[in-house]
Design a protein around this ligand. Structure first.
Ligand code: ADP
Ligand code: MG
Length: 225
């Protein structure tokens, strides 16, 4: 479904601090699975996920989705691909303090300008599905770790993405919350989603819910199944 061909990304090109974060990745990612990008800090996982998620553009190489090249499209079209295809769960969840759970979940849908009441219904439905119906009006800073993580997942799902991208989602979680997160991710795959996770956490990459581990090292795919 997602095909990467010789994808490279350089930062600060031509300067003394030039860094090739991704150095030629060719990879096919299948739908309806959990795929983990595993690798030490600095191996290029975040940079690669950002390009797959149409958040940034490769310096060279191609990325396509269902056979359609998107990595070279003008920014406006990249944005469309991103909003229509992907949901993102960030490290530390990046929930916006001062806003309620419901407001956080609805936020990524505003640029698509759906009808407000329909959007609120969808968000409320998601909160119910994830056991957060009683928390809709709570400010996110008052949530427990588990509630915050489920809020982040609801927010990632608000635009009904086919593909969920989670960048080191367990990096700041204790092991029971990490296991819960992996379970939630597995449930999403059962519902037909495709999940890409970057992690160097064994709770993630050794989980039975993970179908494939792609190992990254120094901006390249080092191994994998
Ligand atoms: P990982 O997610 O595996 O820790 P990253 O993709 O974040 O790896 O980083 C890969 C390399 O690229 C690192 O050396 C990092 O410092 C560098 N890097 C990442 N983003 C930027 C940026 N915006 N500007 C300059 N260097 C960057
Ligand atoms: Mg990273």
């Amino acid at each position: 479904m997602i095909e990467l061909h010789d994808v490279k990304k350089v930062f600060n090109q031509g300067r003394s601090n030039e860094i090739w974060a991704v150095r030629g990745v060719t990879l096919d990612l299948e739908p309806n699975l959990v795929t983990v990008l595993k690798g030490p800090s600095g191996s290029g996982k975040t940079t690669l996920l950002a390009m797959i998620g149409a958040l940034s553009r490769p310096t060279s190489g191609r990325i396509s989705l269902d056979g359609k090249l998107f990595s070279n499209l003008p920014e406006r079209f990249m944005t469309d691909v991103r909003r229509e295809t992907y949901g993102f769960v960030f490290q530390r969840f990046n929930l916006i303090r001062g806003l309620s759970v419901l407001e956080n979940v609805m936020l990524p849908a505003y640029p698509l300008a759906p009808e407000y009441s329909a959007l609120k219904r969808r968000a409320t439905g998601l909160l119910r599905e994830f056991g957060l119906e009683g928390k809709a009006e709570s400010k996110v800073e008052w949530l427990s770790g588990g509630e915050a993580q489920r809020t982040a997942i609801c927010r990632a799902l608000i635009n009904e993405p086919r593909i969920l991208i989670a960048d080191e989602p367990t990096a700041n979680l204790d092991s029971s919350l990490s296991r819960e997160l992996v379970g939630l991710i597995g449930d999403l795959v059962d519902l037909g989603k495709t999940v890409l996770v970057s992690s160097h956490d064994p709770i993630v990459f050794e989980s039975s819910r993970v179908s494939r581990v792609v190992e990254m090292r120094d901006g390249r795919v080092a191994g994998g199944s």
